[in-house]
Design a protein around this ligand. Structure first.
Ligand code: PBG
Length: 335
């Protein structure tokens, strides 16, 4: 019997959509506060708050203010915070020595945050770009090429320094080959067997990082430079699976895809293929796009942000790093 010869319409998908109760019963994905990681920018000094021009609503702040924000995260039920330092020019160098200074901005901030809020997960960024005078994520040779193994050796010292300060999760975001294995070995050897590694496994060479580089002050240093010889080509997707497979083999506990919204296909493939804790970074440029449209009155902020987050969940993300984390947690609380 063909469809057109039927007398009745047996299948009406709209039946289930008719009422709120049946829409709720059939809903496959929900966003909760447990899905959120809040990225923050920390400055040296006291009582300093600087707005980031290209990220309205986002601030760079000194530790005293950051402690207040962390307290709010705990009160709202946000599980973890991702820490990014703004390193002053005088501490930058060709060899990024400040990256593993035990009295540097990051370890000091980690110690203070863990002392005040032991239950709040602290994730630190393992990469050299805030510490290099050229803004690259590693050390370079005479031609400007980012050296792999030499960089990994420094990343290991940086990760150890963060773990010693009490970081719960170290997150290498540099895309050097072999860095997860090297960091894992060093952590085990030093007895830091509980330190988790969140690997930025599929990190693309993206133009969506622009506002972040303004926020941490690395864009001026990077100048016309780019990161094409270590971050991934946006045209690729199989390569992402290979990178994730390597990082898992080397000892990653969690893997990340970055940026987020333009790369949900990658989140999907990674989650499907490996079934491991998978995260996505809703990056600075994605935040800036939404904020700009909202400020123009073109989009309804709450509706559009919650819808975007649901997109991450549907794609398979177990969690989302987003500058909207605090707003989202408040909206979810309001119901
Ligand atoms: C650098 C780093 C970047 C981001 C997180 N860590 C920028 C880059 O790779 O140049 C971007 C985050 C964002 O855009 O929100 N290691």
């Amino acid at each position: 019997m063909t469809e057109s010869s039927r007398q009745f319409l047996a299948i009406r998908p709209r039946r289930m959509r008719r009422d709120d109760f049946s829409r709720r019963l059939m809903r496959e994905h929900v966003l909760t506060t447990n899905d959120l990681i809040y990225p923050v920018f920390v400055l040296e000094g006291d009582n300093r708050i600087e707005p980031v021009a290209s990220m309205p609503g986002v601030q760079r702040q000194s530790l005293d203010h950051l402690l207040r924000a962390a307290g709010e995260c705990v009160a709202l039920g946000i599980p973890a915070l991702a820490l990014f330092p703004v390193i002053e020019q005088q501490y930058k160098s060709l060899t990024a020595d400040e990256a593993w200074n035990p009295d540097g901005l990051v370890p000091r901030t980690v110690r203070a945050l863990k002392a005040a809020y032991p239950q709040l997960g602290i994730i630190t960024d393992v990469a050299l770009d805030p510490y290099t005078t050229h803004g690259q994520d590693g050390v370079i040779d005479d031609t400007g090429y980012v050296l792999n193994d030499e960089t990994v050796a420094i990343l290991v010292k940086q990760a150890l320094c963060h773990a010693e300060a009490g970081a719960d999760v170290v997150a290498p975001s540099d895309m050097m080959d072999g860095r997860i294995g090297a960091v894992r070995d060093a952590l085990e050897e030093a007895g830091h067997i509980h330190t988790r590694i969140l690997a930025y496994s599929a990190k693309y060479a993206s133009a969506f990082y622009g506002p972040f580089r303004d926020a941490v002050g690395s864009s001026a240093n990077l100048g016309k430079g780019n990161k094409y010889n270590y971050q991934m080509d946006p045209g690729n997707s199989d390569e992402a699976l290979r990178e994730v497979a390597l990082d898992l083999e080397e000892g990653a506990d969690m893997v990340m895809v970055k940026p987020g919204m333009p790369y949900l296909d990658i989140v999907r493939r990674v989650k499907q293929e490996f079934g491991v804790p998978t995260y996505a970074y809703h990056v600075s440029g994605e935040y800036a796009m939404l904020k700009a449209a909202v400020q123009n009155g073109w989009l309804d902020e709450r509706a559009v942000v919650l819808e975007a987050m649901l997109g991450f969940k549907r794609a398979g993300a177990d969690g989302i790093l987003t500058y909207y984390a605090m707003d989202i947690a408040r909206w979810l609380r309001e119901g």
